[in-house]
Unconditional design. Structure first.
Length: 561
């Protein structure tokens, strides 16, 4: 029987007894006057960071270069990889004698539906293996980052990314000695998935930023860093295409990715400052030991991180909905998952483009670059400006209350007369809904693109929906902070790890097999089917997010369900 996924109590009154249950620990450890009270601890951590020398001070700026390199490594070989898979399926046995044919930039069967179906099946196997292992490991890596630091988690992920191009190079040179021929390439998704992959990396990056960024600035900072990531997604294929044109050999792109992988790993392991204090990591380790599961529940350890997303019973006596369950965080995760399912169709979309518009690896690289650059410009430049403008405090904000006005009778009258401004999280939720509407429009247009240029134009329009991820993560952190209470320590790594499990399930486990099988089945007759399925997923996501409710007053504990 699967273990119960009932979440551990997140109400502060329920947590005080087991948050720090170590010998000789005073019962008032979490009182506001105690130096280890989370609010006081956060202020002390901020002051400590300000007193550090600049090279030891955690900052969003430190993440820019590793994030950019990571994205380049992931995207530089995408076009080459698609064509390599096509050639490998055209050439059944990948060995040293026909390696030149397999690695040359020629794709005589890219328009063959049979080869297209074979490539779709092979890529489905690769992405599914990586997705399943990411699903099993990403939640654990999120909790690991709370206990051992964000930089160490990012370092492990960087190792997995480095191994990806090295394995391709290894297979190319030693395939005669490897079992299964080119199927030995499946070692790459196994290593990538076991280290958490892109889901663990993004979770650790966002947790790093949340450690050092106030809540009202999170979505803007998230947007900028994700913009750098997408800038790398855009720059990588350009570099890959230039290398392909200069060398006329697909393997050269993987050598370039390996060199960049070494640079990224060095920056993370030896340069990037840690964002968590030692005290916070020790407290997280204590809580992890206290919440240790029985052996039979450990068999389902991969499901445990999802417990944090389950509906929590409202226990605040000031809330009109006391005793009911707050479904907002659950609905937010489900809506996000549905959109991730939509985004997992990207591989089959480009297989469709290769078939319909007769693209090759070089041209596909340029297309991917244009898409990544437009999304990066939106996330790093346009969206932060919009967020900053929208979240500015109103000029006619009420003045601070005097001592006489702070009396209960007067304060009640005063606050009732003042209009309540929308919270930053309300803007972020609106941004998420707007982003989904953009994707709905794009997926409605893509199947009718008459040329490759218009196809790219439609995808570029989808850049205006790129704000979904930073908005969802910002809202989720706000909802989770409300549930645990302001006086409790927020384990952002655990929450973002749970969202990464959602990403792994929908984007890597469910999505690729679904779209891969649909495309393999319909490519010979109705290849546009994948776009209509993606459109349906986006509509479902919008409907789910329409039911998410946020309170207008950040100090009000009442959450609408």
């Amino acid at each position: 029987m699967a273990p119960s996924l009932s979440p551990s109590p997140r109400n502060p009154s329920q947590q005080n007894a087991n948050l720090i249950s170590v010998p000789d620990t005073p019962t008032d450890m979490l009182s506001p006057a105690h130096p280890e009270h989370p609010a006081v601890e956060e202020e002390e951590a901020r002051k400590t960071r300000e007193e550090m020398p600049w090279w030891k001070r955690p900052s969003p700026s430190w993440l820019m270069a590793p994030t950019l390199l990571s994205a380049i490594i992931l995207s530089a070989a995408v076009g080459a990889q698609v064509e390599l898979y096509t050639n490998l399926n055209f050439t059944p046995f990948f060995n040293i004698n026909n390696a030149a044919q397999s690695l040359a930039i020629s794709n005589p069967c890219s328009s063959d539906p049979g080869v297209q179906a074979a490539v779709a099946k092979f890529t489905t196997v690769v992405t599914t293996v990586s997705g399943i292992l990411s699903f099993l490991s990403v939640g654990w890596w999120g909790s690991f980052s709370d206990r051992h630091g964000r930089s160490r988690t990012l370092g492990v992920v960087a190792f997995g990314q480095l191994m990806s191009p090295l394995i391709v190079i290894f297979v190319a040179h030693y395939v005669d000695f490897l079992p299964g021929g080119y199927w030995f390439l499946l070692v790459e998704p196994i290593i990538t998935g076991a280290t958490g992959g892109i889901a663990s990396e993004l979770a650790a990056i966002l947790a790093y930023l949340s450690d050092i960024t106030p809540p009202e600035k999170r979505s803007g900072i998230f947007s900028v860093v994700l913009g750098f990531f997408l800038a790398g997604i855009g720059l990588g294929p350009i570099l890959g295409s230039f290398v392909l044109r200069a060398t006329h050999n697909l393997l050269s792109v993987f050598y370039m990715a390996a060199a960049l992988g070494f640079a990224q790993a060095f920056l993370i392991w030896f340069v990037l400052p840690e964002s968590l204090t030692t005290v916070k990591m020790q407290r997280a380790a204590i809580r992890h030991e206290e919440n240790d599961l029985p052996w039979f529940k450990r068999l389902f350890f991969f499901l445990h991180p999802l417990a944090i997303l389950l509906p929590e019973k409202i226990s605040d006596p000031n809330s009109s909905k006391v005793g009911t369950r707050d479904w907002n965080l659950t609905l937010l995760a489900l809506g996000y998952g549905s959109m991730l399912l939509t985004s997992s169709s990207i591989t089959t979309q480009f297989l469709y483009a290769l078939l319909t518009f007769q693209w090759d690896a070089e041209y596909l690289g340029y297309c991917l670059s244009s898409i990544g650059i437009t999304r990066a410009v939106f996330l790093a430049l346009i969206l932060p400006f919009v967020i900053k403008f929208a979240k500015k405090k109103p000029v006619n904000a009420p003045k601070p209350l005097t001592n006489s006005e702070r009396q209960p009778l007067l304060s009640d009258n005063h606050t009732s007369a003042q209009p309540t401004p929308p919270t930053p999280s309300m803007f972020d939720l609106g941004l998420a809904r707007f982003s989904i509407l953009v994707d709905i429009a794009v997926y409605g247009m893509l199947p009718f693109a008459p040329t490759g240029a218009i196809f790219i134009l439609f995808i570029a329009v989808g850049s205006f929906g790129a704000g979904l991820s930073p908005a969802i993560n910002s809202v989720a952190l706000e909802l989770y902070t409300r549930q645990v209470g302001k006086n409790a320590t927020v384990e952002s790594g655990r929450l973002l790890g749970a969202l990464s499990v959602v990403q792994a399930v929908f984007a890597n486990v469910l999505g690729p097999p679904m779209y891969g099988s649909i495309y393999a089945t319909t490519v010979a007759t109705h290849p546009r089917t994948i776009f209509f399925v993606a459109l349906g997923n986006a509509v479902v996501a919008f409907i789910i997010l329409a039911f998410v409710r946020l309170p207008r007053d950040v100090d009000d504990s009442e959450d609408g369900a």
